[in-house]
Design a protein around this ligand. Sequence first.
Ligand code: 5GP
Ligand code: ZN
Length: 111
Amino acid sequence: MENCIFCKIVAGEIPSPRLYEDDKMIVIRDIEPKAKLHYLCIPKTHFALLSEMDDARADVVKHCFTVIPTLEKELGLEGGYRVIINQGENGGQTVHHLHIHLLGGEKLADF
Ligand code: 5GP
Ligand code: ZN
């Protein structure tokens, strides 16, 4: 997708160290961390919103949620973490390529 920053990161056009990668997703550090540890799990396929879900996209999201728990130890998230998917304007979504925030490394403020 043209002009999508996360597609560019996935394609390697914008360098960003990958803490994990497989055929469906990457995990990188958020450039502006909102917690001591702040990661982004980014599906390799572009779609913006959960409302655009179809079976293929659901498979990718399922894959992300299957892999994320296996990475807890190496990402330093054993003490627990918060999972966030911001949706659209009211949800504060700024990058319109669906991604999963993982926040942890400290006791987070009540939500
Ligand atoms: P959203 O607000 O769309 O849920 O989250 C987008 C996130 O992407 C923000 O937390 C922002 O800091 C992060 N971000 C934006 N551009 C870049 C980038 O070029 N590299 C990385 N690693 N994170 C980015
Ligand atoms: Zn994209």
